[in-house]
Design a protein around this ligand. Sequence first.
Ligand code: GLP
Length: 258
Amino acid sequence: MKIINLGTSHQAAFYVATELYKQMLLNKESKLGLATGGTMIEMYKALVTLLQNNRLDVSQVETFNLDEYIGLDSDHPASYHYYMRHILFDRYPMFDTAKIHLPSGITEDADEEALRYEALLDKRGPVDIQILGIGQNGHIGFNEPGTPFDSLTHRVDLTESTIEANSRYFDNREDVPKQAISMGLQSIMKAKRIILLAFGAHKKQAIAQLASGRITPEVPATILHQHPNVEVYVDHAAMVDLNSQNVGLDESCRGDQV
Ligand code: GLP
């Protein structure tokens, strides 16, 4: 794993957008694992600009999102379906809607939906690049602390801290769903390449826990140490001192080893 400070969030977002763009340029049938959240906004804006400037044909590209809230239909402005349409798919309409996949938040049986989604990932995957954000408690997707490392797509009870952190996207805290469907940690690990992005001082502790090299289900993102092809890009504010005695215990985290 490499943890690299790319400077500003703007610079990091542009770099990662370019990586996604190149992937789609080199393989018209690329499969992308997509993420939502505030961290990704600039990245998708940069990606749309690259796609528009170059008019890349993405009609064969297939996308798989990490997660969705249970109980929100796709027209709810805080749903991840809405987010993805608004930020990417409506802005660059060449994506084939039949090749855009997110778990459904409004099925009768969320457990059944989780099974369907994992089967779809197995049938159509693996994804070439999986993009990830990280929660302040170290969650990836909606895999909260304590999630088993062998978890597949599943129904999740959101923690109070995640509900609190994500309440900024809702009118009232009470409106935040209490559950979600999320790819599991093992589902995420099936990706060929993983890129995690973290911006802002509020993400620094999660990055420090990642940089420590200690692998524990209490910090779900630490499973990524077990994946052979992971890059972590941060801005100045989220960067940790990899030379400190408290973090950076894992030599492989140093950016200068790229
Ligand atoms: C949400 C999402 C994650 C995301 C994380 C960070 O809970 N399920 O996929 O990475 O929160 O979000 P943000 O980028 O808004 O800080």
